[in-house]
Design a protein around this ligand. Structure first.
Ligand code: 16G
Ligand code: ZN
Length: 536
């Protein structure tokens, strides 16, 4: 009772604005100024979640990734460093939408009763935020909620850091064996740097890499981390202005580059990619997405997106597994979404590596990747990682190599499992993965790019009166509603060479998205236009 009073008193300071909130694919996300009450309530839910899991540490990340600067958002991280279990999203939405403190407290009691949680038991919550101006005020709201529980809740403020670092800290905190790494930002950097040193060995230092940090928290991470690896690689940070109002994600960052298929103007003006064999990369606003690029012949922009990274990583790991003579025991697979370029899927399948297609959103890919011994998952937009199953790690640890080459391959595979973030996709960790593969192959961007040629593709955002009437099946590749629409799309697709097109409702915006690809730019545009008309 005393606890409920303390919660009610604190909650009164954070009244709900007249807005309806929903915990979606990326948690809650909207204008930062609307979010204090939501963050407060997410704090309450984080405590409940921790209590439900016997006091395991839960993470709270305050960020809005690639959204414009006035937006913000919040996501919960489960103990293994994964996204919040899906069944709890409804509890988050229910708490966020309670109109009054009284209703909030009774809803909270109902959820606790339904889940048989004793709200007085101990809990543990760690939290972090990005560089957005609304961050500190939102963290205050979170702390007010956590504070209401008094010493029942143990809290750690990780401070300003990237989304993947927070996921790492959660996973490391819950790893009671202590082998995963120290549960701090520095612990993560040390882990990455050690793995990188093992993988690079006594090779010459790598070529400098230009990294567009989207004027976001990736700039902070890159500056700190760069010092750990400066004798191996020079990371030249661009777009590191986290202070100027409006700079975050503005005409820069991974989302800009992938959507516009062009260099950020700031990177183009800096002229840093003109020298042959120079590559660049862009992080998104919270550094969980990365895309690469270079200028072919010093002129033509060439994008190396999430699909290209998946192919690079999967083939490299497959080669190492073969060299380790473990290909009967360790099966490598790739997980993509319908947005993966058809050429990438074809290229992987032709090399006898299985490919799974899932619905959009990290949690779906992550889940599917867990089914492989080594699961490489990437969205075309640059979100992804490589998961090593406990079975695969055990096989590697127990292997009895018969040659120095086998020893080396096993050592490198184990180092890769340390280098690659096992909780969630991380731009920084993925960057190191790419650089390691290129160093081992003695490739530049052009050799990496040479594997396959992307089919021309178009993504169109279509505003419709009601996107909820669009229902999909087969990993979002087919519509089941509205009635008859899929048949018309199929007919349009058949008319163009190498055509493929699908329609799905967005999980983050009020629109549907039309994707089309085909053998030529003009037939792609034509297909996209026809399907767009069908949808309207
Ligand atoms: C979210 C997803 C991202 C996905 C995007 C699709 C996470 C953490 N993020 O941002 O993976 O690509 O949604 O957006 O799952 P859409 O549904 O609007 O097309
Ligand atoms: Zn992001």
């Amino acid at each position: 009772q005393e606890l409920l009073q303390a919660i009610a008193k604190a909650a009164d300071q954070y009244p709900k604005p007249p807005v309806t909130f929903a915990y979606g694919t990326a948690g809650f996300r909207t204008l930062g100024e609307r979010l204090p009450s939501v963050i407060f309530r997410v704090g309450m839910l984080a405590v409940l979640r921790s209590q439900r899991l016997n006091g395991a540490t839960i993470g709270v990340m305050v960020t809005a990734s690639h959204n414009p600067e006035p937006d913000n958002g919040v996501k919960l991280v489960d103990p293994a460093g994964e996204m919040l279990e899906q069944s709890w999203e409804a509890h988050a939405t229910a708490l966020a939408n309670c109109e009054t403190t009284q209703l909030l407290v009774s809803t909270y009691e109902d959820i606790a009763a339904q889940l048989r949680i004793d709200i007085n038991t101990p809990a543990s919550v760690v939290y972090a935020y990005d560089t957005r101006p609304s961050g500190p005020a939102l963290i205050q709201a979170l702390e007010a909620a956590l504070g209401a529980f008094g010493d029942r809740v143990n809290t750690v403020n990780v401070g300003i850091t990237t989304t993947p670092v927070l996921h790492y800290v959660v996973k490391a905190t819950n790893d009671k064996s202590g082998t995963y790494g120290k549960p701090t930002i520095e612990g993560y950097y040390e882990k990455l740097a050690t793995a990188l040193k093992t993988l690079i060995g006594n090779r010459a230092p790598l070529a400098p890499l230009y990294v567009d940090c989207a004027n976001g928290v990736g700039a902070v991470a890159l500056e700190e981390f760069g010092k750990y690896v400066e004798d191996i690689i020079t990371l030249k940070a661009l777009n590191t202005d986290t202070k100027t109002k409006g700079a975050l994600n503005y005409q820069c960052g991974a989302d800009f580059v992938k959507t516009k298929q062009q260099l950020p103007p700031s990177v183009a003006e800096a002229g840093v990619l003109a020298k042959p064999d120079t590559r660049g990369a862009s992080f998104d606003g919270d550094a969980d997405r990365i895309v690469y690029y270079y200028l072919r012949d010093g002129k033509t922009f060439r994008l190396l997106d999430g699909d290209k990274i998946a192919v690079l990583a999967a083939l490299f790991i497959e080669d190492l597994v073969k060299r380790a003579k473990l290909h009967d025991d360790i099966k490598v697979g790739v997980v993509q979404t319908a947005y993966a370029n058809g050429s990438s899927t074809k290229f992987i399948k032709e090399r006898n590596i299985p490919v799974t297609c899932t619905a959009t959103g990290v949690k779906h890919l992550h889940h599917a990747a867990l089914k492989y011994d080594v699961g490489v998952y990437f969205e075309a937009n640059g979100h992804g990682t490589v998961l090593f199953s406990s079975g695969a790690l055990e096989t590697l640890h127990k292997a009895k190599p018969n040659s120095p080459d086998e020893v080396k391959a096993i050592k490198n595979l184990l180092a890769l499992s340390e280098l690659i973030n096992q909780a969630v996709g991380d731009a920084l960790s993925d960057l190191l993965l790419v650089e390691v593969v290129l160093a081992h192959r003695a490739w530049g961007a052009a050799e990496w790019d040479a594997g396959y040629e992307d089919l021309p593709n178009r993504l169109v955002k279509v505003e419709v009166p009601d996107r909820t009437i669009f229902l999909t099946t087969d990993a979002e590749r087919k519509l089941t509603s509205p009635d008859g629409l899929q048949k018309l799309i199929d007919e349009a697709v058949l008319k163009v060479k190498q055509g493929r097109s699908f329609v799905r409702p967005s999980g983050t915006e009020d629109c549907v998205r039309v994707y089309a690809e085909a053998s030529t730019t003009s037939s792609t545009d034509q297909l996209a236009a026809i399907v767009t008309d069908l949808v309207k």
